[in-house]
Write a protein of this length. Structure first.
Length: 147
């Protein structure tokens, strides 16, 4: 499987996510750039999750059928938003109850668009992607709330 290079002008890989993109700031998605998608790419999927959440992995944003692109703009809705762990169809910025958490911004290039109901969640998207992933990549950001 090919690798996508996912970067953000807002933070470096494994570095702190600025407050603007969290529940303590404007709670908008950070900008991302994506390199390495092939001509066969028909859509992108973006999943942001936090494996350090106390009750298991917390899904912050699930977006599919993003048209092939090399960037996702700040504060945008680039595709169809599924349900996050808060059962909302929107971006939910980092908001850890304690400690420093890791946030994985995972991008997948697919050879198809996904036929999913609007209330689909991460599990539904991951199942629908099987057999269609051409490339994937990720950037990890960290966040700790100041008290």
């Amino acid at each position: 499987m090919k690798e996508l290079v996912v970067k953000s002008s807002a933070f470096e890989n494994n570095q702190l996510i600025p407050v603007k993109y969290t529940c303590d700031g404007d709670n908008v998605n950070p900008p991302l750039t994506i390199e390495g998608a092939t001509e066969e790419t028909r859509s992108l999927v973006l999943i942001i999750d936090d494996p350090d959440a106390p009750m298991g992995t917390w899904d912050h944003w699930v977006v599919w059928n993003i048209p092939p692109t090399d960037k996702i703009e700040e504060n945008s809705v680039p595709g169809i938003e599924g349900r996050n762990s808060a059962r909302k169809h929107s971006y939910a910025g980092p908001c850890p109850p304690w400690g420093t958490h890791r946030y994985f911004f995972k991008v997948y290039a697919l050879d198809a668009e996904l036929e999913l109901k609007p209330d689909a969640d991460k599990n539904d998207v991951e199942k629908a992607m099987q057999g269609h992933i051409l490339a994937k990549g990720e950037i990890v950001g960290r966040y700790r709330r100041s008290r």
